[in-house]
Design a protein. Structure first.
Length: 442
């Protein structure tokens, strides 16, 4: 087996990607090529931006000379979401799971090398070892090694049991104040994954987010008690945005790596609009730039904050990696067109590119009859849509020269009709300097 190429733990530390690790982890990673894995949820046919931290964890693991495994939770995907947060259980059959696995693998291949010799990346599916195991086998061969007291002591269990929920007399609703048997035993299932991979694949390391530490340690304890072996782990911090909102989500929902779910333009804009307080963290985690390169970019940012050097470098790097250079260039072009002054340039965009540039909360769908005759902008902005809270507010904005339609300022005498619609269906409204809305007619 090959030797490690550099000290992985030191690399993770300066990047802000190390929250905690089991004693002996750094020594093992310095001594030999280690096999390690991260688990991924297979319930969607695309990974999301929230998964990218762990994808990058595997990428750094491989770059340091170790062998990365992506564990797809096919078995747990068939059980459903054990988190207690979802009323609709996303139960998947084998065909759907295999489809999702294939889609996620294509995305992982943009980061990990699956064909580079002894430390090639691999994908495993826990359905393969759970499908033939009976419940009695599981409680006999796994359950006896972990006590209820041990399981109850985990923060993930304590937090769920003490959470205030619905009253017991509402039988039709799920009782969120309790904890299902499925959720309670989930740490055993995840622990057995680690044990199985240790025994059959020689995997000694599990990585994940800091919220997974308890379940990961269950696995190392199971390996020690059932297999008389030693296993290791390290976890990354959970990313929190400076404004307190959840990382990886926008007002319209999850941000996906699949261009059919999230357009390359929207993906690019997500990173480009990162807050100054967040971007120094993001560029360390989501790119492979060296410490020197990042420090140079930070100096440029400090000297010319308005040019957003960090955001542009981050958005370019991650958009090309997830999508392509061509997609990145088109995203930049779309941004310049949308935020530029030329409506002729905007007209060069295709319909799907226009719609992809706007979130749901920026899009208003109107019936055709509104544009049968002349349309008063006050009615359009303050009544038919919620661009402004009222017609009075819309009137003040128009009088203040703060409203544009199709890149042209409007006044109270302006009237709109069908001829203003691009592709017979789109109207572009600008509120102030930076807020854009799309009217879709029909």
């Amino acid at each position: 087996m090959g030797a490690p190429k550099y000290n992985l733990i030191e690399e993770l530390k300066w990047r802000g990607m190390l929250h905690d690790m089991k004693p002996g982890t750094e020594e093992l990673l310095k001594k030999e090529m280690v096999k390690g894995y991260v688990g991924f949820d297979p319930t969607a046919d695309s990974l999301g931006v929230g998964n990218l931290v762990q994808v990058m964890t595997l990428l750094h693991f491989q770059k340091a000379g170790h062998k990365p495994y992506a564990l797809i939770g096919g078995a747990t995907g068939m059980v459903g979401d054990p988190s207690g947060k979802s009323e609709e259980r996303n139960l998947l059959n084998e065909e759907a799971l295999n489809h999702n696995l294939a889609c996620q693998k294509k995305q992982l291949e943009k980061f990990l090398d699956f064909n580079c010799g002894e430390n090639s990346a691999e994908i495993v599916n826990n359905y393969d070892w759970f499908k033939d195991m009976s419940f009695l086998e599981f409680i006999r061969d796994v359950g006896k090694y972990i006590t209820v007291n041990y399981m109850m002591a985990k923060d993930s269990v304590k937090n769920r049991i003490t959470r205030k929920g619905k009253t017991e007399d509402r039988e039709e609703e799920e009782d969120a104040s309790g904890m299902s048997f499925t959720e309670f035993t989930y740490q055993l299932v995840q622990g057995y994954d680690f044990y199985y991979l240790w025994k059959h694949h020689g995997i000694k390391m599990q990585m994940g987010g800091s919220d997974q530490l308890g379940n990961i340690i269950t696995g190392t304890d199971l390996i020690r008690k059932k297999g008389q072996g030693e296993a290791y782990a390290y976890v990354t911090p959970l990313i929190k945005k400076a404004d307190g909102t959840k990382f990886g989500k926008t007002e319209s929902g999850n941000l996906w790596l699949d261009p059919k779910r999230t357009s390359p333009y929207k993906f690019y804009q997500f990173w480009l609009n990162a807050a100054d307080d967040d971007v120094k963290n993001y560029i360390r985690i989501f790119t492979l730039f060296s410490e020197t390169e990042i420090l140079d970019l930070e100096k440029q940012q400090d000297a010319e904050a308005h040019k957003r050097h960090l955001q542009k470098a981050l958005a370019k790097d991650i958009t090309i990696r997830v999508h392509s250079e061509k997609d990145y260039e088109r995203a930049v072009e779309t941004s310049e067109i949308l935020f530029g002054n030329s409506f002729d340039a905007f007209k060069s965009l295709k319909p799907d590119e226009i719609e992809a540039a706007f979130d749901e909360n920026e899009t208003f769908r109107l019936t055709k009859n509104i544009f049968e005759g002349e349309v008063d902008p006050l009615n359009l902005l303050g009544e038919h849509t919620s661009v402004y809270k009222s017609k009075t507010e819309a009137k003040k904005a128009i009088q203040g020269n703060a409203v544009s339609v199709n890149k042209e300022k409007i006044n109270l005498e302006t009237k709109l009709d069908k001829s203003a619609l691009l592709y017979d269906k789109y109207l572009l409204v600008q509120k102030g300097k930076k807020e854009y809305f799309l009217m879709v007619v029909g």
